[in-house]
Design a protein around this ligand. Structure first.
Ligand code: GLP
Length: 259
């Protein structure tokens, strides 16, 4: 796992965006895996700036969001569909018809989830999966104890995740209890993963993911098996890493080994 420790959130966004652009270079129909949440906001803002400059063209690209709440209206501003429209599709100049979000309102949620998983494969798979990480180590909405072989499916949210995400919802408005999320097995099929995390509240999860044992209690730890993962974090999110100096040393000497 490649780990880059940055001074602040803006630098995290710049470094991560640079890598996403590099990974997509030369691909005619790039397929992006899209995370919601606050973590990738700076990354998307930088990608938007670079799209405006003409450094990257995603107008022919495809997008697959990681997850969606069950039972939330697609027009609700906190639905992941609307969040992806506002923070990704429009600023990155992607085509709305080419960016999909799991359907959390399907009459048959299981069938819709299965079809979503198939659609990712039929698109040729995800070239670059953008990820955040939950405070409990979840990726997408794969909560602790999720199967490492899981595919897109309905999951029950933990109370911790509902509490964490309650900050976005208006007072009195309930955080949904269920979601549809790409599985850990689905995410692991992406060719490249770029994860961003900032803030001290992510430090335990980041350390468990990078240095801890691969364990279902930290779903993100499965990424230790993935051959192409870049983790871009700020100092606060890196504060529990015992190997932080090693990662800084690698970055400082990257040019010397031609990497
Ligand atoms: C959310 C999303 C994840 C996200 C994570 C962290 O609930 N399902 O995709 O990466 O939890 O969220 P944030 O970036 O807001 O801290």
């Amino acid at each position: 796992m490649e780990v880059v420790i940055c001074s602040d959130e803006q630098q995290v966004g710049r470094v991560a965006a640079e890598r996403v652009i590099k990974r997509l270079a030369g691909i005619t129909t790039p397929v992006l895996g899209l995370a919601t949440g606050s973590s990738p906001i700076a990354l998307y803002a930088e990608l938007a700036r670079r799209a405006e400059n003409g450094d990257v063209d995603l107008s022919h690209g495809l997008g697959f969001a990681l997850d969606e709440y069950v039972g939330i209206a697609p027009t609700h501003e906190l639905s992941y569909r609307d969040t992806i429209r506002r923070t990704v599709v429009e600023p990155l100049r992607m085509s709305p018809a080419r960016v999909r979000v799991p359907d959390g309102n399907a009459a048959d949620l299981k069938a819709a989830a299965d079809e979503y998983d198939r659609a990712i494969r039929e698109a040729g798979g995800v070239d670059v999966q953008i990820l955040g990480i939950g405070g409990n180590g979840h990726i997408g909405f794969n909560e602790p104890t999720s199967s490492f072989g899981s595919r897109t499916r309905v999951k029950t949210l933990t109370q911790r995740t509902r509490d964490d995400n309650s900050r976005f919802f208006a007072t009195g408005e309930k955080v949904p209890t269920h979601c549809v999320t790409q599985g850990l097995g689905t995410i692991m099929e992406a060719r490249h993963v770029v994860m961003v995390a900032t803030g001290a509240h992510k430090a335990d999860a980041v350390a468990a993911m990078i240095e801890g044992p691969v364990a279902a209690m930290c779903p993100a730890s499965i990424l230790q098996f993935h051959p192409s993962v870049l983790v871009v974090i700020d100092e606060a999110a890196a504060s529990k890493l015992t190997c932080a100096d090693y990662f800084r040393h690698i970055e400082d000497h990257r040019a010397e080994v031609g990497a």
